[in-house]
Design a protein around this ligand. Sequence first.
Ligand code: HEM
Length: 444
Amino acid sequence: MNSAIYFTLILILPLYLILTRKTSQKLPPGSLGLPVVGQTLSFLHALHTNRIEKWFQDRIRKYGQISKLSIFGTPTVFLHGQAANKFVYTCDGNILGNQQPSSIRRICGEKNITELSGDDHKRVRGVLASFLKPEVLKQYVVKMDEEIRKHLQMHWHGKEKVVDMMDGIVSIPINFPFTRFNHGLKARAKIKAMIMDLIYEKKAALKQQTAFPQQDFITCLLSTQSKSNLIVISDEEIVDNTIIIMIAGHDTSSVFLTFLVRLLASDPSVCASVVQEQEEIAKSKAPGELLTWDDLAKMKYTWRVALETLRMTPPLLGTFRKAVRDFEYEGYIIPKGWQVMSVACMTHMDEQIFPEPSKFDPTRFEKQAAAAPFSFVAFGGGPRMCPENEFARIETLVTVHYLVTQFTWKLCSTGSSFSRDPMPVFKEGLPIEIKPKTCVATAN
Ligand code: HEM
């Protein structure tokens, strides 16, 4: 093990020296720390002990809105502020390319959308968009309604306690047995084989015309191939993008819903207003009638509560990009190959943008349009903004509707102790004690 670490250092050190050899006067302030390790351990420690906001604040206090450091084996520039968010999210692909930390890249695959740039990114994003057209999204309300009711029937009704759990993928990318990274790679291999089987199955169903394009994600992507007889998206791209959709879609939403459940349990007045809004909608429906797109449009207060939850605890801290060439920003040189990191949680808690940022106040989203662009970036911004934010809105509102109309719940713990992995996660899950409500207009 020791000799393997030694050889890894020998291999990475020259690359590190090449990347860091630029004229140091023009580089942003800060230190790159020890070769390879840099500030990775203290960054991960701050994430795992839920002190990352303070870690960022200390950095901003010490160096200002731009500073250098080294994480995940790569020299990195940390940028803070609404203007920095705008710059990072909208920057031309010739200056900043998209690149996730290498652990994410290796586990999700090199052809996943978050790794692509330029025409490749536009092509794959266009294919994914075919699954998210407004007319298709409207159909999902009914589908999600059925799935969510089924889920609550199986996992909530008849139970007294519910626990939510998550596992993470940001790790030091050293592939030795027993490392988290190694477990992640093994999981990827298994999932890849399963998705390949599904691709063969669904290709056959499409050929025999026993499947229709919008029935599921993989069939939808395969249909874009068969319609034009051109390979718009390869099987390999389908595999990597199915994995990223599962991770990007599942983990963000489940973390977000867990925090909403916590909020509703701990803020009785917000909860009462959400319940009132949802029960009015429930009363307007016949027993068993499914929710519709128009019902979701009436859930305005609930969505503001959701947005305020996202502001205070964004599932994604921010984003990573990579300098495609040397460029100047705010008078500093950012060298080619360096990572650029911007963090959403810091503008979300900036009192110049969101007065009294620690106060939970959903009404601030009544006038969201007035907030400076790129200050609320829970879904990112620019051409890489979360393509599924509308999908996330549907699943959130439908879930909250059935939760608050069918159950009441209380937290089994204070719910205050969570870490970031890299998404916020409660160490013991978030156990809650649930009680079914007796009179529910839309149940069953
Ligand atoms: C509350 C839920 C969600 C949040 C907070 C969220 C947040 C984000 C953010 C911040 C980005 C931009 C990252 C960047 O610029 O580097 C992003 C991108 C993305 N999200 Fe979401 N997301 C959510 C739900 C979903 C769902 C449900 C899916 C899929 C079903 C999804 C799929 C994606 C994909 C594929 C991208 C990459 C887009 C690109 O690179 O062009 N997200 N998301």
